[in-house]
Design a binder for this molecule. Structure first.
Ligand code: R5P
Length: 259
């Protein structure tokens, strides 16, 4: 791995544990002002110091995160469809590589929609993004999006999507946790990061984190289960304790309940 690429990867997946906590606040790029993320600066400020990296768009980065913040940025560079539009899979690259470098991004992220109407467009887009990113030593995170078709979250489908992302050159893949997740991890030759998903109870969210890293995930990219919690700071600390300190679910939950 080239030095610049390796250095950027190390900001996202900590070499000391081989894992990372990514805080996702990119939801607005297709969902608009999501519940508890209406004013991004207010949501991000109290919790940003507890993540290893922050996943967001350039608009929210420039307007809502001080440049003095040392947080490594995973810049979402794809979009083009909204939650009320015709087809969520109709995405393309919306932010260029020079812009990513200008913003001091530690990685760029785009969604691929395997099995959806615009599968080919997003996969060819991933190949092109990897070409451009390789030129400047920028890691690419491929997000295996399932759109509204949540029934696709099984090991067979997610293994297919993650493997294709890796074959196209993604340096990391973000996907969903599912039963037999070890199979998804085993057949994907690059680190896998698990997305949090819609808000559930704090115990369920921490179980998801614990199950994911126990099955071999290199960490989580969690949003709503942190900042839609009544206790976002204790919640992200609890997530960290599982990811980096191998805390049990009960130990992590205690951090939340004792806050
Ligand atoms: C997909 O890439 C989304 O925009 C989010 O980044 C992802 O779903 C993680 O956030 P959450 O934990 O809220 O699902």
């Amino acid at each position: 791995m080239d030095w610049g690429l390796e250095s950027r990867m190390a900001r996202i997946i900590r070499p000391s544990t081989g894992r990372g906590v990514m805080l996702a606040v990119d939801h607005g790029y297709f969902m608009g002002p999501t519940n508890h993320l209406e004013v991004p600066s207010k949501t991000i400020a109290p919790i940003v110091d507890y993540c290893d990296s922050l996943m967001l768009t350039r608009g929210v980065l420039r307007t809502s995160v001080p440049a003095s913040s040392a947080v490594p940025v995973v810049l979402r560079v794809s979009g083009g469809s909204s939650i009320i539009g015709k087809d969520l899979s109709n995405e393309r690259i919306t932010t260029g590589m020079r812009e990513a470098v200008r913003l001091n991004a530690s990685a760029v992220a785009m969604s691929i929609f395997v099995g959806a109407a615009y599968e080919q467009k997003t996969l060819v887009g991933l190949g092109k993004l990897v070409d451009e990113a390789s030129e400047v030593g920028m890691p690419v995170l491929a997000v295996t999006a399932v759109g509204k078709e949540l029934e696709k979250r099984d090991a067979r489908y997610l293994s297919l999507a993650c493997r294709i992302a890796a074959e196209f050159g993604a340096n990391m893949v973000k996907t969903y946790y599912c039963e037999d997740f070890e199979k998804v991890v085993e057949s994907c030759p690059v680190p896998i990061i698990v997305a949090g998903g819609p808000k559930v109870s704090e115990r369920e969210a921490l179980e998801l984190v614990h199950n994911s890293v126990s099955a071999g995930a290199a960490g989580v990219d969690m949003g709503r289960n942190i900042w839609q919690s009544d206790r976002p700071v204790p919640m992200i600390k609890a997530v960290r304790s599982i990811v980096h300190d191998n805390a049990s679910v009960d130990e992590a939950l205690e951090l939340v309940n004792s806050s």
